[in-house]
Design a protein around this ligand. Structure first.
Ligand SMILES: Nc1ncnc2c1ncn2[C@@H]1O[C@H](COP(=O)(O)OP(=O)(O)OP(=O)(O)O)[C@@H](O)[C@H]1O
Length: 305
């Protein structure tokens, strides 16, 4: 595809005898935020390590900007910035020293280096800590430095492996903001095992399960899998399950014990309202009603069907 920035075809990787990734193919266009979603051990890091050229795949091909990553890795890697799962920081250098070294490794000409370092420090809002040793920065600021080294050479594609992992809730919000900001100028793909995270910031979702790509599509399409189809209700009068089936849209009902029930619903629109009015009419004494959240496992099993 002409318009794709990176094209991954039939990617498979095996560690010793175990396949970590099997036959994964996708194309990413030139802009946007792509989420690689998968539970622990699904194959996200393996895929990202191959995409960024730090791991040589067992089978398949990665083409970046029309250049084969295995045939011309130097040219292809110029187009990529990568933040691995463990940021490759040097704790005993200052932020400025570290980023200057990164700029040199990225072959930024000497007369442009200082400006490039200053620009990237501004971009990730760390200029005020330029003289601070990296080891003395908080986790969130260290992650900003990690992101800075990935974007210092202004690559077309940024690959971030679980950039919010291990951060506190405020730092997570800051890093997500930063990811959105840097994606204005380029394509960003980041991995996560947190469903709400991809949902919060991605335009497009790629989902991987046990090494296989099980979903690739826009976030709206993905939402179809997230619509809850069960409701939890607490009815203090503990009516027989059959009574609950009278409500239009309730497909089945399970008594969970005590006053608690799980209702499987088929037509979600207006269902809560109908249950509440039926509860008043039949004096079920409703104490609670809420939609049950779809878990990542539920989505996986739905998608893997
Ligand atoms: N260096 C390695 N040697 C052997 N097996 C490995 C190696 N790295 C990963 N694996 C295995 O490959 C599979 C995929 O691992 P990978 O790290 O790609 O998954 P992941 O989705 O990134 O998981 P996590 O979120 O836990 O990092 C797992 O079963 C893992 O145990």
């Amino acid at each position: 595809m002409d318009t794709s920035l990176i094209s991954v075809s039939n990617l498979s990787h095996r560690y010793n005898t175990q396949w970590a990734v099997r036959g994964v193919s996708f194309d990413l266009p030139k802009t946007g935020i792509y989420g690689l979603l998968g539970s622990n051990g699904a194959g996200k890091s393996t895929t990202m390590n191959v995409m960024s050229g730090v791991l040589k795949q067992t089978e398949g091909e990665v083409i970046v900007g029309g250049i084969s990553l295995s045939k011309d890795p130097i040219a292809a890697k110029k187009l990529i910035g990568f933040l691995p799962q463990h940021a490759p920081l040097h704790p005993d250098t200052t932020v400025e020293e570290y980023l200057t070294n990164c700029g040199r490794l990225r072959k930024i000409p000497g007369n442009e280096l200082k400006a490039a370092v200053n620009e990237v420090m501004e971009k990730v809002s760390i200029a005020h800590f330029s003289k601070r040793l990296i080891r003395n920065l908080s986790g969130g600021y260290q992650q900003r430095v990690g992101i800075a080294q990935a974007i210092i050479h202004k690559p077309a594609l940024i690959i971030l492996d679980e950039p919010t992992n291990g951060l506190d809730p405020n730092q997570i919000i800051e890093v997500r903001k930063l990811v959105k900001d840097i994606a204005k100028e380029r394509a960003v793909i980041f991995s996560t095992h947190i469903l709400t995270e991809v949902h919060a910031i991605c335009d497009h979702i790629l989902m991987i399960d046990r090494g296989k790509l099980v979903f690739s599509g826009r976030t709206q399409e993905f939402d179809e899998y997230l619509k809850p189809d069960t409701l939890f209700v607490r009815l203090l009068s503990a009516p027989p399950v059959e009574e609950l089936l009278h409500v239009e849209g309730v497909n089945s009902a399970e008594h969970l014990g005590g006053a608690d029930y799980r209702l499987k619903i088929v037509n979600a629109s207006g269902i809560a309202e109908r249950i509440v009015s039926e509860s008043v009419r039949r004096n079920w004494r409703m104490e609670a009603i809420h939609a049950e959240k779809t878990s990542l496992n539920d989505v996986f099993s739905e998608l893997s069907k």
